[in-house]
Design a binder for this molecule. Structure first.
Ligand code: NAD
Length: 382
């Protein structure tokens, strides 16, 4: 028996933040990164909270790829403040951190205070990338071991997601590019994942189409509000798709690569995407497998020429490489300036981590350790 559901209530569009005006509650715990405080973005929330007489406390220690230590600090703050609302405002890092802080904080309050109510969790993304506002994933990093752990639980899915494109206008070009490629990778991986269904496919297809139409526009002109809004929707739609279908080897390897070399999540996904599509399609050895046929479907609905399955896969890969060039994302790790000796030395350990990553399980082609090593070598480039 299959199941599909969307737990989060989604408010979207240019006045979506107005949802806060009708919020009922006493104490809101805001999880945010320091840039959001410095840039004044936080005021768009705190001003509304003041109108509603909701008391608030700001936890602004979030860094990109949130570390276990930061989560521990957040839990201590939540145990002191005892909120009935949690608001995560920021990119995937702030939302993921808030999810873990909320989940562990709530569990501890249940044990020590016999407090059984779960706070209302509101996620307000300020990047169009992770879809974390509607997923049950929280990616936490062990900085000492350099490992990113994707934790999953239905309890981690936010109750409310607010998608206000006004908050995205300030995202710089490079982050627009990286996070946009994250959306594309989520949607493509969800479309070919072993858990994909008609329901997740419908959403993944829409997200892919939106990215191909609007990512370059948002990148070239950050004030193009139509493109910003469409990319924000694409990010959330892809999030719903992969929350149901799960992801694949691309994410397993990106977590390992990003954890070791401090590469942003979206960019790590982008480096890998063309190679993972080629690997999954296995064009040399298989008589058109499940993945290659689904990649061809993508090529078809993007109206890339695909007279055969092979042509469809090749054209999709070429199109993605072209998109990366237009987004100024280097097409190899060598071009990105990563030291070859250090990289090659790390390949065995990051390959092992990628094999153990939860996301790898639902990849359409079952990967062996040697395959992962080989892909990591290809991604480095000649
Ligand atoms: P991020 O949250 O790390 O933010 C990247 C940078 O962008 C930060 O410096 C931040 O201050 C800045 N920024 C954010 N919003 C901005 C704005 N509006 N204007 C200007 N600057 C802004 O990046 P991200 O890509 O959103 O999130 C990445 C994290 O999310 C990674 O840890 C990744 O593993 C995780 N992730 C989670 C999921 C999930 O489902 N939970 C999915 C994919 C990735």
């Amino acid at each position: 028996m299959n199941e599909f559901n969307v737990k989060s209530k989604i408010y979207f569009g240019r006045d979506a933040l107005q949802y806060i005006n009708n919020l009922k509650g006493k104490k809101a715990f805001i999880v945010i990164d320091p840039f959001m405080v410095k840039s004044g973005t936080i005021n768009s929330i705190t001003n509304l909270l003041k109108n509603t007489n909701i008391d608030f406390c700001v936890f602004s220690d979030i860094q990109s790829d949130p570390a276990i230590e930061i989560i521990n600090m957040g839990i201590k703050e939540i145990l002191k403040f005892k909120p009935d609302i949690i608001i995560a405002l920021g990119g995937g890092s702030s939302i993921d951190a808030a999810k873990s802080i909320s989940a562990f904080g709530t569990a501890l309050r249940r044990v020590y205070e016999k407090h059984t109510e779960k706070p209302l969790f509101i996620a307000i993304p300020t990047t169009s990338g992770t879809g974390s506002e509607v997923t049950g994933y929280s990616v936490i990093t062990d900085k000492k071991k350099k490992i990113k752990y994707p934790i999953y639980g239905e309890d981690l899915i936010p109750d409310v997601a607010i998608l206000d494109p006004e908050l995205i206008k300030t995202v710089p070009k490079a982050i627009t590019a990286d996070t946009g490629m994250d959306v594309l990778t989520h949607a493509i991986e969800a479309y070919v994942a072993t858990n994909a269904t008609d329901y997740s496919d419908a959403l993944a297809e829409k997200a892919i189409k939106l990215v191909f139409k609007y990512l370059l526009r948002a990148y070239n002109d950050g004030s193009d509000m139509e493109a910003r809004e469409k990319m924000h929707n694409a990010s959330c739609i892809a999030g719903i798709a992969f929350n149901s279908a799960s992801l694949g080897l691309n994410h397993g390897m990106a977590h390992a690569l990003g954890g070791e070399f401090h590469i942003s999540h979206g960019r790590a996904n982008a480096y890998l995407l063309p190679y993972i599509i080629e690997y999954n399609s296995d064009l040399e050895n298989s008589n058109y497998n499940y993945a290659s046929k689904k990649y061809r479907e993508i090529a078809n609905f993007l109206q890339l020429t695909s007279s055969t399955v092979e042509r469809g896969v090749v054209n999709l890969v070429e199109y993605i490489r072209g998109l990366m060039v237009n987004l100024n994302i280097p097409t190899s790790l060598k071009k990105a300036g990563i030291d070859k000796e250090i990289y090659y030395k790390a390949i065995p350990s990051i390959s092992k981590i990628a094999m153990e990553d939860k996301c790898t399980i639902t990849n359409p082609r079952s990967a062996k350790f040697e395959d992962v090593v080989c892909i990591f070598k290809k991604v480095y480039g000649e």
